[in-house]
Write a protein of this length. Sequence first.
Length: 173
Amino acid sequence: MWHILKQIVRTGIVTEPAPQADDAEHAAVDRIHRDILAILGQALTIRAVDAGSCNGCELEIHALNNPYYNIEGLGIKFVASPRHADMLLVTGPVSRHMEEALKRTYDATPEPRLVVAVGDCGCTGGIFGESYASCGRVANVIPVDAVVPGCPPPPIDILRGILGAVRRCQPDV
């Protein structure tokens, strides 16, 4: 144990420098925030559904809740029940075991409902495609309003996809 303590004292704290903020990306986030507030004027609740993904897209979706993107400040919240949701954010190729669960989740979401397929797997089936174990893309199982390609897509693109779906829902904007 003394050996480890000596090594800790000798080495000190080893960290990397904090990343520098990209002003262009921060401006884009602010613009998207203003657009979402102007269109919605109220809260948007989202139910995230993992239909068989590798969890890469989920990590990027979770990043939307951090202080940098701060979607809670816009009134956009993630909910646990589809009965409270306005939008479904679906990731991954739909596995055969999740097909029925995704349909039930879609049916439990009240009208008017929006569906956004996130990631290459949700948009096209990705490297998994359609097989004995996979239904492929989300649109093969339920209607999709917007897609966000990428493997995984960055949080800013997911925000753009949410905004695009909301804009399509309200044609007067």
